[in-house]
Design a protein around this ligand. Structure first.
Ligand code: BGC
Length: 247
């Protein structure tokens, strides 16, 4: 059985599990630890080490994938929209590798989630351009063409109504401004219409925790492109980072 460990670092929690990378099933329990207050690099690395211990340790040779909510270029975190600014410009991949004593594969969280949907979820066997967006604290995006991931698309930061789109259309914006589904969907309508214009995708996949309530908002959207909820909400980052590490 091909196995890999996937770890998903988020603003509130850090989750991980060993994954069967052929079927996309978890082969261990999913372990979650709270993200340390302030989210500083050292504290997060310490938590990841503790998480792996809790999962039961790791055999040599099991690939490790880690995903993180920032632009990741050549192992460096290049942005920090909703995490500690200390990550900007940091050699993050090397930091984890030193602490874990092994190589890891380090990617953006939405890229991992999108890859998980293409391999094991809502976009399996879909050819052409798949565009996944995660609607959470921010808006993450993954651009995947015929199964090949184009990393760091960062489409949550497009301009919408003169503002950073994620500050208007993320799930956090809905909560913050007490928007009902109808009013929030108006913002999503503008956002996805703009994405359609730019990319003419073959499929939109909508992830993030709120996608479990997709019936409240996806049917209200009027788009030319098919739009479907993600299949793997909580585990998408784990599955995608494990699959990318195994590849
Ligand atoms: C970040 C992205 C991330 C997304 C979802 C955005 O604010 O810029 O890198 O993928 O949030 O976590």
């Amino acid at each position: 059985m091909a196995q890999a460990l996937g770890i998903d670092i988020g603003g509130t929690g850090i989750k991980g599990a060993v994954v069967d990378t052929v079927t996309g099933e978890l082969v261990t329990d999913r372990v979650k630890l709270p993200t340390p207050e302030g989210g500083s690099p050292d504290d997060i690395v310490t938590t990841v080490v503790a998480l792996i211990k809790k999962i039961g340790g790791l055999d040599d040779g099991v690939p490790v994938g880690v995903c993180f909510p920032a632009i990741v270029r050549n192992g460096r975190t290049m942005s920090a929209a909703n995490v500690s600014k200390k990550w900007i410009g940091l050699e993050a991949e090397a930091l984890f590798e030193k602490a874990l004593g092994r190589d890891i594969h380090f990617v953006n969280d939405a890229d991992a989630a999108g890859y998980a949907e293409v391999r094991y979820g809502a976009a399996k066997d879909v050819s052409g351009l798949v565009l996944l967006t995660t609607l959470g604290t921010g808006i993450g995006s993954a651009l995947i063409y015929n199964g090949v991931l184009v990393p760091n698309s960062e489409l949550g930061h497009l301009e919408l109504d003169g503002k950073d789109a994620e500050t208007r259309a993320s799930y956090a914006a809905k909560e913050r401004e007490n928007l009902d589904w109808k009013h929030w969907t108006k913002r999503l309508q503008k956002y996805y219409t703009h994405l359609e214009l730019l990319f003419s995708p073959d499929l939109f996949v909508v992830g993030g925790g709120v996608s479990k309530n997709y019936e409240e908002f996806l049917p209200l959207l009027d788009l030319q492109t098919k739009i479907v909820p993600a299949v793997h909400r909580n585990n998408a980052g784990i599955l995608g980072s494990a699959a990318l590490a195994a590849d």
